[in-house]
Design a protein around this ligand. Structure first.
Ligand SMILES: NC(=O)c1ccc[n+]([C@@H]2O[C@H](COP(=O)([O-])OP(=O)(O)OC[C@H]3O[C@@H](n4cnc5c(N)ncnc54)[C@H](OP(=O)(O)O)[C@@H]3O)[C@@H](O)[C@H]2O)c1
Length: 427
């Protein structure tokens, strides 16, 4: 290793007489946007306290933007690189170069980790340096650390998360005010919770990248973002949310990763939760992750999922961890079968015309596929009647087959709407 890291230990500086000043620990920062600039500012405020605690003073050795700084020069003068550019080009090239040159890397970049994790972890392991990324998932909520360190001894069975603050803000606004999806999105954009182009967030892609990272850590499997099927919230209606409220449910965009029959199911979808589920109480732009294991029952971590100062705090925590050995490295990933047809409860909404025995015919088609109804709300009269119902857990393929048959009934108007229901409650 070419850096000074090997000599940095808590209390290493000064010695009994305290004569020598703390050694410096040089940090190159890639990106000076919301996160990069907040990191530089936070480090300025905390550097003295960190020096007292760790025995080395963290200092900024250079900042790279599109118009400022030279990457090679910054790398030469750094012990650790903080990557806050985002995306994969040029972040991948820079991060790989830093790891191969024996520098620790701390990154906030979910795209990078969820697309190129194998290559990056291999490069870090080959150089004997650390690659840390707490800020890449759920902002300052310490989910990476808890899964890979605190729960390293637990056999994790399931991780469910609200890992996208934009969609949680929109769904919370729809639930609280009865707003349409379009109006709630416009409000989120006006308040800065959603980008002008919100596609990445509302389509579930952002959450899928984060779930790929969590699944890799929780299950030691090489899951990539392309392996994670995702469904967004664009077609959720105010009506669904209102009816579901009557059934005791509230809607969240859920990232889910769980062990099933020796394989793994990882996906992102809108889901209804009963009030006893810990994620049902997570509102607004907050993120939360629930981790389940027989050894621990259930742990839920929640907090702000984004924001400059919050993300910078997660980055700085990782920097301090990298300054203090022993190094953290996830165990090697083991290929695992991905399961896509899983058991779930479902909400089904059907608009129906004026016709006798509507509910009986819908129930019969569900029954033929082995789907049983748990609860029903019937609304409206005549040609404007609607059925909203929740099913008992069933294999998804069976339920979808029943819905296809239902959609062909002559009195059904429009496409039936389907949303998963997560039945777990922890009380
Ligand atoms: N914002 C959040 O709340 C948040 C939360 C968690 C994680 N993150 C992650 O943190 C990372 C940074 O996000 P951000 O919100 O800070 O982004 P941002 O405000 O857009 O800042 C990006 C920075 O990267 C620089 N950059 C872009 N392309 C570059 C290139 N080719 N060469 C050198 N520098 C380049 C930009 O330079 P210029 O200044 O020259 O444009 C800018 O300073 C992303 O991975 C994001 O997913 C963000």
């Amino acid at each position: 290793m070419t850096s000074e890291l090997a000599s940095v230990r808590p209390g290493a500086a000064g010695g009994p007489g305290g004569v020598s000043p703390p050694a410096s620990f040089r940090i190159g920062v890639l990106g000076n946007g919301t996160v990069g600039a907040a990191f530089v500012e936070l480090l300025g405020q905390r550097a003295d306290a960190i020096a007292d605690e760790v025995g080395a003073r963290p200092e900024i050795s250079g900042v790279l933007t599109r118009s400022r700084g030279d990457f090679g020069d910054i790398l030469d003068r750094s012990d650790l690189i903080v990557e806050a550019i985002g995306g994969t080009d040029p972040a991948l090239e820079h991060v790989l170069a830093a790891l191969r040159a024996g520098r620790h890397v701390v990154s906030a970049n979910k795209q990078l980790l969820s697309r190129h994790g194998d290559e990056l972890f291999d490069a870090a392991a080959a150089s004997g340096v650390q690659l840390r990324f707490e800020a890449a998932v759920a902002g300052v909520v310490p989910v990476i650390r808890v899964i890979s360190e605190t729960l390293a001894g637990a056999h994790i069975e399931r991780v469910n998360g609200i890992v996208n603050g934009t969609t949680n803000f929109i769904l919370t606004a729809m639930e609280r005010t009865g707003a349409t999806y379009e109006d709630a999105l416009a409000e989120a954009q006006a308040l800065g919770y959603a980008e002008a182009d919100p596609t990445e967030d509302v389509s579930g892609l952002d959450a899928a990248a984060k779930m790929a990272i969590l699944a890799r850590l929780a299950f030691g499997a090489p899951v990539h973002v392309e392996d994670v099927p995702c469904e967004g919230i664009e077609s959720v209606t105010a009506e669904d949310i209102a009816y579901a409220r009557e059934l005791g449910l509230s809607l969240k965009l859920i990232g889910s990763a769980e062990r099933i029959d020796g394989g793994l199911a990882v996906s992102v979808y809108p889901a209804f939760l009963y009030a006893g589920h810990p994620l049902a109480a997570v509102h607004g732009s907050f993120n939360a992750v629930t981790i389940e294991s027989p050894a621990i029952t259930e742990i839920t971590l929640s907090g702000p999922g984004a924001g400059g100062s919050q993300t910078a705090s997660a980055l700085l925590g990782d920097v301090i961890s990298a300054m203090i050995p022993p190094p953290f490295a996830p165990p090697p990933a083991v290929p695992t079968r991905l399961v896509t047809d899983t058991v779930s409860a479902f909400y089904l909404h059907v608009d129906v015309g004026d016709h006798p025995g509507v509910l009986a015919q819908v129930a019969e088609l569900l029954g033929l596929q082995g789907v049983s109804i748990k609860s029903v709300v019937q609304k409206g009269m005549g040609v404007d009647a609607r059925l909203a119902m929740v099913m008992h857990p069933v294999l998804e393929s069976k339920f979808r087959a029943a819905v296809t048959l239902i959609s062909r009934l002559e009195f059904v108007r429009g496409e039936p709407r389907v949303i998963r229901v997560i039945e777990g409650v922890f009380e």
